[in-house]
Design a protein around this ligand. Structure first.
Ligand SMILES: [Zn+2]
Length: 162
């Protein structure tokens, strides 16, 4: 999926988390972290949104692992969890946001022809039964569905404040 789809997917995942988790203390930092998390797995791709911003790190990760392998796996989620546990143990908003974003990214990429190596270092590629081609016309439909979801969620969110 492209950057726009991942961004909307990350925000939609944050909206879901906010309704499931007690959202009273979820701040804008939560949504910002969700957006970062939505881009983070594509650090393995030098031309991705995050890869263009962190070119050196992106080249190193791409060289070591290739595209859609380690950074799109359960192992990567575990490594990030460990790093957050050590360096930001009390930042609940950052932790929840990053994970919502990263998981949405991996699920969206699982809905593409190529799938992801979810169980890296094992080479098995995981793909959802319903999948599309990245950048194809159906990706626009996915984006549209995510926007509709976000509009409905925003409307419900605003109503709770009135
Ligand atoms: Zn990806």
């Amino acid at each position: 999926m492209n950057g726009k789809t991942h961004l909307m997917g990350g925000l939609a995942a944050c909206a879901v988390v906010e309704t499931v988790v007690d959202g009273s203390d979820l701040s804008p930092l939560f949504y910002l972290s969700g957006m970062v998390g939505a881009f983070l797995p594509d650090i393995c791709h030098v031309h991705s949104t995050i890869g263009r911003r962190l070119p050196l790190l992106s080249r190193i990760v791409s060289f070591l692992f290739g595209h859609r392998t380690f950074t799109h796996s359960i192992l990567f989620l575990a490594v990030v969890y460990g790093l957050l546990h050590v360096f930001l143990p009390d930042a609940r908003n950052v932790q929840l946001g990053l994970f919502a974003g990263m998981i949405s990214h991996i699920i969206l990429d699982m809905a593409t022809v190529r799938g992801v190596k979810l169980f890296f270092p094992f080479s098995l590629r995981v793909r959802l039964p319903l999948f599309i081609r990245t950048g194809g016309k159906f990706e626009g439909i996915v984006q549209f569905a995510l926007v509709i979801w976000l509009v409905i969620w925003s409307y419900q969110f605003v109503q709770t404040w009135m």
